[in-house]
Design a protein around this ligand. Structure first.
Ligand code: ZN
Ligand code: ZN
Length: 243
């Protein structure tokens, strides 16, 4: 990644392609970001995976259009705002083995990968995913599976920033020693890899998605704010919130 975005920039913006964001062209985010006086805007829509097994994201065959559209916009808006091109992806070992992250990084248009561990792959052949677990198991074990995947992804070398690390605890009600331990492992891994953790401006408004106990353990100089915008309006509101 070129440089860690600071608070004059808008980090973590999605696009209509993910199927759960506002149906506006990418340019709408860029125009508004310029109006807001932002120096940069960092797109990181949900990455598709070959085979298209996972929901809430573009299809794999749409990736080319996403990258070429943003590359054109980056060119067009040069001098007005820095448009950065990235993807938010889960770390899934079976795809790492197939060279998927390597291929993404090899594309010169991809400037950064954001590690967003919304589910995890468990060791089984064929692989299983935490989204197939029942509620009880998720409440008990999800954060461990997600946390271990975040640590592995952080140390893999493929990612530049970890998105909403404390969101792994979304199904927990109270802070406990196990969560404290997992937090320490993530924070240590990020420090070892020298990559920042994202304080997510959406998480802070959601119950159990933001944990102050987590952030008390993390040095603030390795923190980046992210708007996680799925609409232009969210981008505006959350950009103001990060100031
Ligand atoms: Zn999303
Ligand atoms: Zn995310």
């Amino acid at each position: 990644m070129t440089a860690i975005p600071d608070k004059t920039e808008i980090f973590h913006v999605h696009s209509f392609r993910c199927r759960h964001a506002e149906a506006v062209p990418d340019e709408a985010y860029i125009q508004k970001a310029i109006e807001l006086g932002a120096r940069g805007i960092w797109f990181s829509d949900h990455a598709p995976f070959p085979g298209d097994l996972f929901r809430n994201r573009m299809q794999y065959e749409e990736l080319e259009e996403y990258l070429s559209t943003l590359a054109d916009l980056r060119e067009r808006f040069t001098g007005q705002i820095a448009v950065h091109i990235g993807l938010e992806a889960e770390y899934l070992p079976s795809y790492a083995k197939q060279g998927y992250y390597e291929r993404l990084r090899d594309d010169p248009r991809v400037e950064f990968l954001l590690l967003g561990q919304h589910f995890a792959e468990t060791e089984a052949d064929p692989p299983e995913y935490t989204f197939s677990w029942d509620k009880e198991r998720l409440e008990r074990d999800e954060y461990t599976a997600l946390g271990e995947a975040v640590v592995a992804g952080t140390l893999s070398g493929w990612f530049d920033v970890v998105a909403h690390p404390d969101r792994i605890f979304r199904r927990r009600k109270r802070w406990d020693a196990g969560m404290e331990r997992m937090s320490g492992q993530i924070i240590d891994a990020a420090a070892a890899a020298g990559i920042p953790l994202e304080l997510n401006m959406h998480s802070i408004t959601q119950k159990h998605h933001y944990w102050k106990e987590f952030w008390e353990l993390h040095p603030s100089e390795l923190t980046v704010c992210g708007v996680d915008a799925h609409t232009v309006d969210e981008m505006v509101r959350r950009f103001h919130r990060q100031e």
